[in-house]
Design a protein around this ligand. Structure first.
Ligand code: CU
Length: 216
């Protein structure tokens, strides 16, 4: 059962509570209880209702949340030939604007091949762009691609270019998680080992794949 369903199913109860308080206030006033005391009771009832709402429905979304990932080289993570994303699993709320910052230290390229060349285009972000070291782009030259951050279930695709040797490159993108669920993200650039460079890090959870959880 989704949380929004929980919230909805509690709404009538909350409404009933407010009606009850209003009725009670009317009775107390007619009994001659001071207006100040009645106002106090109403205030307590209201803040209890607000607390209930805050606990059960959760914070109102449309807020902006920040998520930061890094891409380490195989040398940096102790597994030569195995580049790795950090912070591979994270959770946001449906409707939140996510500012995703990916800093890569990997200077190797892994140009996309075949049908996967479509992943050199930025997709699913606000404005259809990402920034690369502050410069907005809507796609990357395929030869520059080192990794992608691709969440098929959310229609999101970011390209990560190779970093300058000994330095880093930072990609920032904004997107709204519009569907609740748990979505696997993957890198689609052939940055792994073995046949077609699709083994090793490319096929290992916590290296070039992970999950994005979107709470309803
Ligand atoms: Cu990769």
């Amino acid at each position: 059962m989704s949380e929004s369903h929980v919230a909805r199913s509690h709404a009538p109860k909350l409404g009933a509570a407010v009606v009850t308080v209003t009725a009670l206030v009317g009775v107390l006033v007619s009994l001659g209880v001071s207006v100040a005391v009645v106002a106090g009771i109403a205030q307590v009832a209201r803040s209890a209702a607000e607390q209930l709402t805050a606990t059960e429905v959760g914070p109102v979304d449309h807020a902006t949340v920040n998520e930061s990932m890094e891409i380490l080289t195989g040398k940096m993570d102790g597994h030569p030939g195995w580049p790795r994303y950090t912070h591979t699993s994270w959770t946001v709320r449906e409707g939140q604007t996510v500012v995703l910052r990916i800093t890569s230290y990997d200077d190797g390229t892994a140009p996309l091949t075949g049908a996967q060349t479509m992943y050199d285009r930025v997709q699913g972000t606000l404005g259809g762009t990402e920034t690369v070291d502050g410069k907005p782009v809507s796609s990357l030259p395929n030869a520059d691609v080192a990794h992608t951050f691709t969440v098929v279930g959310l229609g999101l695709n970011l390209g990560i270019p190779a970093a300058p040797t000994g330095g880093s490159v930072t990609v920032v993108a904004r997107f709204v998680a519009r569907r609740p669920g748990t979505f696997v993200w993957q890198c689609y650039a052939p940055c792994g080992s073995g046949p077609n460079s699709m083994g090793g890090a490319m096929s290992t959870m916590g290296w070039m794949e992970g999950t994005v959880r979107v709470l309803p």
